[in-house]
Design a protein around this ligand. Structure first.
Ligand SMILES: [Zn+2]
Length: 320
């Protein structure tokens, strides 16, 4: 990542960093991380990556994640417990790009685990090999506060979930070569399950191909492009910038012109402007999910995607 942006981000979050450094000292900085054989200690930035890692590693790992599935991943404030978990971990799994960059770098520095610092080999960037969307020609905050390097919500395309699974399996195999076969076999099984479900989801959503939709944040494009929906606008004028009246008026006009029937939102997003827009246009607000565990019944990646597909199928089917 270019140093300039990272420095600015670090400055913005310096108050948390100070707190974590204090916490790290208090909790015993300088002590060597425990990397004895036994269960592999994995920390993932998100619950979804943790869930995929759990499928790959099985019972041979202890997995912890930082971002609550009920909060916006871009703006998490890690706790001293999180710092300690990273400090003692063998593997750190993250999204790359700037999904969690605002807190990821300060967290890694506070934990000071040499396995992860400076591109440490036991930090797994699961985006390796993903073809990013919305990659800007030049990096600037003119396009918003976040998504500076491309759109980081890539796990919402099941094809990308397979890439993530492969990266996790290969990353773990590099750390524990003696268990490589176990990780690769689990990854193969999960990939086959995702493939089978993806074919089914494509068939179920095929009747709605080309359906125009509006989303709150620009975090659905991998999902919508895979399944053939057309995002015609977002409530946020730019990623990370809250909705403004002028922008919402323009969006309302677009929604009427294109007969938009549904607005995607997530549980942690501000609800007032979404509700108002729905009331004024007659569109339905759909509460969709991007994180495993956001609702109790969403226990893994496949159940999360199944939930989204079913919700869309029901809403769009009923609207016809
Ligand atoms: Zn985002």
């Amino acid at each position: 990542m270019p140093g300039k942006i990272t420095e600015r981000t670090n400055m913005k979050f310096s108050r948390y960093l100070c707190f974590w450094l204090w916490a790290a000292v208090f909790l015993g900085a300088g002590a060597a991380p425990a990397h004895a054989a036994g269960k592999l200690k994995i920390v993932a930035t998100t619950s979804t990556f943790a869930s995929l890692a759990e499928s790959v590693a099985g019972e041979r790992a202890e997995i912890y994640f930082i971002a609550s599935p009920k909060q916006n991943i871009h703006y998490i404030e890690p706790t001293p417990k999180d710092v300690l978990k990273v400090k003692r971990a063998d593997v750190f799994i993250h999204a790359g790009l700037d999904l969690e960059l605002a807190w990821r770098e300060p967290l890694l520095h506070a934990a000071a685990n040499p396995l992860f610092l400076g591109g440490g080999k036991q930090a797994i960037d699961v985006s390796k090999g993903v073809v990013f969307k919305d990659v800007p020609a030049s990096i600037s905050r003119a396009a918003g506060d976040i998504h500076l390097y491309g759109n980081p919500h890539y796990w919402m395309d099941p094809e990308n979930a397979k890439v993530i699974v492969r990266n996790i399996a290969e990353g773990l195999a590099a750390v524990r070569p003696e268990e490589a076969d176990h990780y690769r076999e689990n990854a193969r099984r999960l990939t086959a399950e995702i493939d089978a479900k993806l074919a089914e989801w494509m068939t179920r959503l095929a009747p709605f191909k080309g359906e125009p939709v509006v989303t709150y944040h620009r975090n659905w494009i991998y999902f919508t492009e895979r399944f053939g929906f057309a995002v015609v606008g977002e409530l946020e004028p730019k990623p990370g910038i809250p909705p403004l009246p002028k922008h919402l008026a323009g969006l309302e006009k677009t929604m009427r012109e294109k007969s938009v029937k549904v607005i995607f939102r997530e549980s942690y997003e501000e609800s007032r402007s979404t509700r108002k827009l729905a009331e004024e246009t007659g569109a339905k607000v759909l509460w969709l999910v991007q994180s495993v565990g956001e609702y109790k019944e969403i226990g893994d990646y496949i159940s999360m995607m199944e939930y989204n597909v079913r919700t869309l199928e029901n809403a769009l089917g009923a609207a016809r």
